[in-house]
Write a protein that binds this ligand. Structure first.
Ligand code: AMP
Length: 186
């Protein structure tokens, strides 16, 4: 299929990133690479990685960049990710964005498009409150949003200067947001 196949989805917790990434992965036939899902799986499986990150995840803070580099490098080396992927939850810091550029520079072209899902803060808090995940208690939600603004939001400017950055209004029903994303990436 023509069109972008290596996509990064950015957006605050509760913006619908994971939902949209899963739908897009199905439509574009590329793997959905969610670092949050991978870490939750490691925690559930009781692996060494899982034991190391469980406490950090439950506090709303970020796992360190070196650990995440290892996780993502290994995942993107799988054959299924060679011709495309939707990255959801990575990168989340400037060093992670630089690491991703390095990983991809050895594997042909880099990222085709970066999408930012925008949702008003009040809507995020409401959505997160109703999700029932272990790291969705009110204090942790506030911390996750704070960490997003401080560490991840600067990536919007990083990518605006380097890549095809598309901003999508995510304050709409799921199918409508999917349609907007597909239009944005052409
Ligand atoms: P998510 O499901 O993407 O919201 O991720 C859940 C949690 O996993 C985050 O709050 C972080 O603690 C951790 N995590 C996931 N991806 C990353 C990443 N790229 N860098 C650091 N921590 C991450």
């Amino acid at each position: 299929m023509a069109g972008p196949r290596k996509l990064v989805l950015l957006g605050p917790p509760g913006s619908g990133k994971g939902t949209q990434a899963a739908i897009l992965a199905g439509q574009l036939r590329v793997p959905h690479v969610s670092t949050g899902d991978m870490l939750r799986e490691a925690v559930a499986d009781g692996t060494a990685l899982g034991e190391r990150v469980a406490g950090i995840m439950n506090s709303g803070r970020l796992v360190d960049d070196d650990t995440m580099a290892e996780v993502v490098r290994e995942r993107l080396a799988h054959a299924d990710a060679r011709s495309g992927f939707i990255l959801d939850g990575y990168p989340r810091t400037l060093p992670q964005a630089e690491t991703l550029d390095r990983i991809l520079s050895g594997a042909g072209d880099g990222i085709d498009a970066v999408l930012v899902l925008e949702v008003p803060e009040e809507e995020l808090v409401e959505r997160l409150g109703g999700r029932g995940r272990e790291d969705d208690s009110e204090a942790v939600v506030r911390e996750r949003l704070r960490v997003y603004r401080e560490k991840t939001e600067p990536l919007v400017e990083y990518y605006r200067e380097r890549r095809a950055l598309q901003t999508v209004d995510g304050d709409a029903p799921v199918e409508e947001v999917t349609a907007r994303i597909l239009e944005a990436i052409g």
